[in-house]
Design a protein around this ligand. Structure first.
Ligand SMILES: [Zn+2]
Length: 72
């Protein structure tokens, strides 16, 4: 009886650790994908260095700060 309880607790601990690791891993992957997508959409102005988001289909993003057209 004592052994089975210890075995159960060990399995529960391993299961909790595995679940926690899976959640952390999922968060890291989601954050990496999100940062990758944001970096792809993010444009830095060549004139003033202002960082802004541009639509993916817009090849000439206009800077909202100085109005210069930025080729990507
Ligand atoms: Zn600018």
């Amino acid at each position: 009886m004592n052994m089975s309880v210890q075995d159960f607790l060990t399995r529960l601990f391993l299961f909790a650790c595995g679940g926690f690791a899976a959640v952390v891993f999922a968060c890291l992957v989601t954050g990496y994908i999100r940062s990758f997508l944001e970096r792809r959409r993010k444009v830095q102005c060549r004139i003033c260095g202002y960082r802004f988001y541009a639509t993916p289909d817009n090849s000439h993003a206009e800077c909202p700060h100085c109005g210069a057209a930025n080729r990507r």
